[in-house]
Design a protein around this ligand. Structure first.
Ligand SMILES: C[S@@+](CC[C@H](N)C(=O)[O-])C[C@H]1O[C@@H](n2cnc3c(N)ncnc32)[C@H](O)[C@@H]1O
Length: 335
């Protein structure tokens, strides 16, 4: 399949954060199903708003690499430490400003991750904790204001379902708890920094059927990713599944970063202090398998979004992963 020759374009005036975060929410929210519309004739590019599974030309890949290199001079260590130490404060500020108006509900969730509505058949554990009597437990980490959690609660009517969600922004968690759709009988929201691997979770190890990470792992410092994933893996039941969707290498958002925003290779800080990493499939595979999980799916979703009015093409790259904890495993995984 030939990709159109146009180089990634952008809408003028869109701020960095606006572009990156909006696209991780609203643009994706419109996508009916993964892999349904293919561009076979480049002349048709402006006939639709988006195309699935676009292939990149070598020339395009090289241009992206060059662009990334141009802005790969990292900020000084003291600046990096500051962004790391105050990471949750920047997100608190973000949610104080945007409240629950920024991200749109993730309507593609159930097409991509049917595990969120169809129960896997797994073992039970018996200790006392919120949702202890549930037969199907899902935890979303980095839940923001609930754009994943509330659609799950609405769509999955299994009476045995209990959904946990956490974020290190107390402002975001408060917005989840004060949402009229928050039902403490079916849901439990709490503040948790997933990179703090020593901290206890309000649920025991080996208690979760599904763990969801939607555009959150990319917000962590790359040095903290492995330990965080390994810690989370302990929470899964044997046979439980970790589901992730996040930014891929050379996504348009990465190519848009200007000089002075790079923290380390493929890791950047936005104008509002929030940070973002752009993954390859191999890096994610390594993170999950080193946490003792087995691959079920690891795909790259290259999508061409089109602004027909302005005749612009925008190349988005997202990675989607499903990794399972082996049925043979105990709750202990290597850290
Ligand atoms: C791009 S938003 C995605 C929100 C949500 N998953 C969604 O799909 O709408 C990233 C979220 O991750 C949270 N986050 C970033 N680093 C975190 C950490 N170390 N621990 C917990 N949450 C974190 C942020 O506060 C923010 O709510």
């Amino acid at each position: 399949m030939a990709a159109p020759r146009a180089v990634a374009g952008v809408e003028s005036g869109a701020g960095e954060t606006q572009l990156i975060l909006t696209d991780s929410g609203s643009e994706e929210g419109k996508r009916p199903q993964f892999g349904t519309r293919f561009l076979t004739d480049p002349r048709q590019v402006f006939q639709h708003n988006a195309w699935d599974n676009v292939e990149w030309t070598e020339e395009q890949e090289n241009a992206a690499k060059k662009k990334v290199l141009e802005n790969s001079q990292p900020l000084p260590p003291e600046k990096q430490d500051e962004f790391d130490a105050k990471a949750n404060e920047f997100w608190n500020e973000f949610y104080t400003i945007h409240e629950n108006r920024f991200f749109k509900d993730r309507h593609w969730l159930f097409t991509e991750f049917p595990e969120l509505v169809e129960a896997l058949t797994l073992n039970e554990c018996n200790t006392h904790f919120p949702g202890e009597n549930a037969s199907y437990r899902i935890l979303e980490v980095g839940c923001g204001v609930g754009n994943t959690v509330f659609p799950i609660l609405k769509t999955n009517n299994d009476p045995g379902l209990f959904v946990y969600c956490c974020d290190f922004s107390s402002t975001a968690v408060e917005l989840v708890k004060t949402n009229p759709e928050y039902d403490p009988g079916r849901c439990f929201a709490f503040v948790q920094d997933l990179s703090d691997v020593e901290a206890d979770y309000p649920i025991p190890d080996g208690s979760l059927d599904v763990l969801v990470l939607i555009f959150v792992l990319s917000a962590l410092h790359p040095n903290k990713m492995q330990a965080s994933i390994s810690r989370l893996a302990r929470l899964l039941k044997p046979g439980g599944m970790m589901l992730l969707r996040d930014y891929g290498r050379y996504d348009m958002a990465q190519l848009r970063f200007k000089k002075g925003r790079c923290l380390s290779e493929n890791f950047y800080v936005r104008g509002d202090g929030t940070r973002v990493y752009f993954f390859t499939q191999d890096e994610l595979h390594e993170l999950f398998t080193s946490a003792g999980l087995e691959k079920v799916q690891n795909l790259v979703d290259r999508r061409l979004q089109v602004n027909r009015g302005k005749q612009l093409t925008m190349y988005r790259v997202w990675i989607q992963c499903k990794y399972r904890k082996s049925l043979q495993q105990t709750t202990e995984t290597p850290s």
